[in-house]
Design a protein around this ligand. Sequence first.
Ligand SMILES: [Zn+2]
Ligand SMILES: [Zn+2]
Length: 147
Amino acid sequence: MIRTFVCEKEGCSGNTFLIESNEDRLCLVCSHCNSKYDIDLSNQEFILLPNCCQCNNDIFKVYKDIERGNVYYKCTKCGEVPEKIYVDPDGIQVSYEVKLLSDIKEVMKLLEQRIYNLEGNIKDLENGQNLLEQSLAYINKYIVEKN
Ligand SMILES: [Zn+2]
Ligand SMILES: [Zn+2]
């Protein structure tokens, strides 16, 4: 369930916020009374910038997904989201496109590895069958000789 985040300070109930980010912490600052709210960033792979990616406005409405703990932002002027910086596995700042590409490459690598493993399994199966056929031939020969 997604709820509009409203300032919890008594008598305020403001619903527009500024984004204040430093290091690994992110704060929402109520644009009415300046109350600050910490936002958990532990499972995010991007850094949020305090300005709208479209119009550079710095005041946002904030929505919270109660069940998943996700937070969403919407520019109060144009409805867009805040600018984001993505960080690749080496800790280098990249654009969203570059990040997407590197994610896809990662998936391709995994797929390649799986195909390689599958090929290995098929070879093992073939070897197993050869062994089985040889054993059967040997048993047949043994039975024939015994008779
Ligand atoms: Zn407030
Ligand atoms: Zn905007």
